[in-house]
Design a protein around this ligand. Structure first.
Ligand code: TUI
Length: 310
């Protein structure tokens, strides 16, 4: 297999991240129509809401797309069953071990691609029948692991036989080439897609991505065991201040409940949770999804050959 475009029957070896409340049928269909693999994110939504999203996506594209299941969600089990009923082409998972669902998905002929933050989980999901793994570095936005893309990708590549897709810190063709140099057979991008014309988030959120610099993200939730990378803002400052003073899990939860929705739907850039990766600093303009994907792969063979390493 040359790259994951072959596995997924798509033009470019690119998956769009399954961003909760953001990756709706609108973004997913735009990515799939542009030759990548679009994903509908389950986030904290229930199975029927996601079923409706899948059906709307089918009206907008005849290309393959997938569903990302956030395993910390109370609806994960129902959604795991629903994707079988809906004959979804590809399932990616995040924020947990998809082990209990793998057999049923494989039996249904679904291509299963878990996000893993470590070599150990990559090995485990390979044993359970995963078709590929998405290796997401701590540079990524949202819920993250400890290790960087740079160190994790080659270690997972050496540990498993299935294709590895790199995620975290990729927003231009330099990142794509670096990922392939590390042994990846595809990339997943999230943050750069936030700044797309088709991304259904509030304009204020998009503007914050465009304005962000290299040091403008911070990680909340380290003390509660659910680290989440967001853009620095009032909410993040208050959160970290409370955490440093020993606030309880419940107090911190209360602060963040609904905060992603506040950012996404209402554009509340002060009290909202503006999830984004460290690569936001590289994202400087809002482009159509098709242009973002073309720019990621434009002339990449010549670019590769132009590197004079020795
Ligand atoms: O899942 C993500 N990113 C996300 S999920 C999300 S919604 C949310 N909001 C607040 C708190 C928590 C979640 C926002 N962003 N990326 C994929 C990812 N998966 N990153 C890290 C992991 C992961 C972590 C641990 C995957 C597996 C894992 O396994 C632990 C185990 O059970 O072995």
């Amino acid at each position: 297999m040359r790259n994951i475009a072959e596995l997924l029957n798509i033009k470019y070896p690119l998956i769009q991240g399954g961003m909760a409340h953001i990756a709706t049928h609108k973004l997913a269909s735009a990515v799939s129509n542009a030759g990548g693999l679009g994903l509908i994110a389950s986030g904290a939504n229930d199975a029927e809401t996601i079923r409706a999203e899948i059906r709307k996506c089918r009206e907008l594209t005849d290309k393959p797309f997938g569903v990302n299941i956030m395993l910390m969600s109370p609806h994960a089990k129902d959604i795991a069953q629903m994707v079988i009923e809906e004959k979804v082409h590809v399932v990616t998972t995040g924020a947990g071990n998809p082990g209990p669902f793998m057999e049923a998905w494989k039996k249904a002929g679904i291509i299963v691609i878990p996000v893993v933050p470590s070599v150990a989980l990559a090995r485990r999901v390979e044993r359970n029948g995963a078709d590929a793994v998405i290796v997401e570095g701590t540079e990524a936005g949202g819920h993250i692991g400890e290790l960087t893309t740079m160190v994790l990708v080659p270690q997972v590549v050496d540990a498993v036989k299935i294709p590895v897709i790199a995620a975290g810190g990729i927003a231009d063709r330099r990142g794509v080439l670096a990922a392939f140099a590390l042994g990846a057979k595809g990339v997943q991008v999230g943050t750069v897609m936030l700044a797309s014309e088709e991304c259904p988030i509030h304009e204020n959120y998009k503007r914050k991505i465009i304005e962000a610099g290299d040091t403008d993200t911070v990680v909340t939730g380290r003390t509660t065991g659910a680290p989440v990378r967001v853009l620095k803002n009032k909410m993040a400052r208050i959160y970290l201040d409370m955490a440093a003073k020993g606030a309880t899990f419940e107090e911190l939860e209360r602060l963040t409940i609904g905060s992603l929705k506040g950012a996404v739907f209402e554009g509340d850039v002060d009290n909202g949770s503006l999830m984004a990766g460290q690569i936001a600093g590289l994202v400087k303009e809002i482009r159509p999804v098709k242009k973002i994907i073309e720019d990621l792969f434009d002339d990449i063979e010549n670019f590769k050959n132009s590197l004079q390493i020795l």
